[in-house]
Design a protein around this ligand. Structure first.
Ligand SMILES: [Zn+2]
Length: 114
């Protein structure tokens, strides 16, 4: 079974290309290798994964409140931090990709130098 290719914009050289993504099972983020500059391009997590960090944050949050009462909050605290880190990481990747896509539009709209 072959995965479908996806059209992405390189966050290093701002050129678009089509590649089969490598999806990280844990974080759900997709990575591509740019054929132009060989840079590793990270894309935000897939829609099916985007609820996972929220789930971890909620479970961790409940665990922290519950754990505070029981005097044990290291593990739920760690879960909460992990979920928050995943959300922040994904937001950072999203912003970088958005900037790259805007830069790519500028590159495409420029008249070619000949
Ligand atoms: Zn590139």
């Amino acid at each position: 079974m072959t995965k479908p290719t996806e059209k992405v914009v390189c966050t290093s050289c701002y050129r678009s290309f089509e590649e089969v993504p490598t999806t990280s099972f844990l974080s759900g983020s997709r990575t591509y290798k740019c054929p132009h500059c060989q840079a590793k391009v990270a894309y935000p997590m897939t829609a099916s994964h985007s609820c996972l960090p929220w789930f971890i944050v909620v479970i961790g949050g409940i665990g922290v409140i519950w754990g505070l009462a029981a005097g044990q909050f290291i593990l739920p605290g760690f879960l909460l931090l992990l979920g928050l880190w995943m959300l922040l990481h994904d937001a950072g990747v999203r912003r970088k990709v958005k900037q790259a896509e805007e830069r790519a539009k500028d590159v495409d709209s420029q008249p070619p130098h000949s």
